[in-house]
Structure formats: structure tokens, C-alpha cells
Design a protein. Structure first.
Length: 168
């Protein structure tokens, strides 16, 4: 079976640190990825060319779009591809975090999901691609199991503390 692909598109090289966090989580889930730079605002022709290339490729795909400030990228990508799009904008404190609103309201017929946490975006991509791939489902299940075990170990450790030390 062809290996699925996660295409990560970032609007600027300045988003690289955020993209790296997505990539770390994708690799933990054993997913193949490609990272590209393409801005809907600045280089729409380049973006459309790039999407045409990916859409002609028959691998099962999910796109993760990383675009800060005014997020045109995620909506434009979603409108041009058949695969699911997950918008994972980098968080900014500037202007009271108002950038996020440009990722939330889309025109009719345009529906990128929004997941703010980079590891969360990778997990959603894995769950989507896992619908038709048992090996990916198993890796998601293993990740969830590790999370549960960590939480139970934390509880056992905290419980063992004397009450006076529990808050420290
Ligand atoms: N939101 C978009 C788009 C777009 O939506 O097409 N293109 C770039 N950007 C974002 O603007 C921020 C600053 O970009 P510059 O580094 O180009 O000034 C980045 O977070 C980028 O993703």
C-alpha cells in the first residue's frame, strides 16, 4: 500500500520553529511529511502550482497549514484540494491574540479544521489517515496508551507524597 503523506505548508520561513514542532509529532507517529513555503497573499501562483502537483499524486494526504497574522493560506488551500486541511497557526500575543480569528470564520464551502497545538494537529492528521490504515491506528493507540500510563504514574507519585508536600 502507498504510504500516506502529510504536506505541511507554511506562509513564511519565520514559521519554521512552529513547523518543527509539528514535524517532531508527525515523526513520533511514524508519518511521512514534506514541508514547503507558500503564501496565498504573496505567491498565489506558486501555491496553486504546488497544490496541483500534490493533488496529482495519488498518496492519501492531509495538509497542515501554518500561517500567522492574517491566515488566507488555510482557506485557499482547502478550497483547492480534496484532502482534509488542518490549520495550525502559530500563536501570537500581539493585538490580544486577535490573529486567531482569521483562522476561525471561513466562506461557505471552505472548511479547514483548526488545531492550535502542533502535536494536536499531527495527531488529528494521524487519526484521519488512520481511518484507512491499521498500522497508523496502532501507532495512535500506542501514543494514547503512553499518555494514560504517564498520567497513572503521575497520580501514584503524587499520592505517595505526604499531604503537606502535595502542593509543592
Ligand atoms: N498568513 C500568511 C500568509 C497567507 O495567509 O497567505 N502568508 C504569510 N502569512 C504569515 O504572515 C506571517 C509573517 O510573514 P512574513 O515573514 O512573510 O512577514 C507568518 O506567520 C506567515 O505565515
Amino acid at each position: 500500500m502507498t504510504r500516506p503523506l502529510v504536506v505541511i505548508l507554511m506562509g513564511s520561513r519565520s514559521d519554521l520553529e512552529h513547523a518543527r514542532a509539528v514535524i517532531r509529532a508527525l515523526e513520533e507517529l511514524g508519518l511521512d511529511w514534506e514541508l514547503r513555503v507558500a503564501s496565498a497573499h504573496k505567491v498565489p501562483d506558486h501555491l496553486l502550482d504546488l497544490l496541483r502537483g500534490y493533488e496529482a499524486d495519488s498518496r492519501p494526504k492531509v495538509y497542515i497549514t501554518i500561517a500567522g497574522r492574517s491566515n488566507a493560506l488555510s482557506g485557499m488551500v482547502d478550497g483547492q484540494v480534496l484532502a482534509p486541511v488542518i490549520a495550525c497557526p502559530p500563536i501570537s500575543e500581539a493585538f490580544g491574540g486577535a490573529d486567531i480569528f482569521s483562522s476561525l470564520r471561513m466562506p461557505g464551502g471552505i472548511a479547514p479544521a483548526v488545531v492550535l497545538d502542533p502535536a494536536g494537529a499531527a495527531l488529528l492528521a494521524a487519526k484521519i489517515l488512520g481511518l484507512c490504515d491499521a498500522a497508523i491506528r496502532e501507532r495512535v493507540a500506542a501514543l494514547q496508551a503512553r499518555g494514560r500510563q504517564r498520567l497513572l504514574a503521575d497520580d501514584a507519585e503524587i499520592r505517595a507524597l505526604r499531604p503537606a508536600a502535595q502542593g509543592t
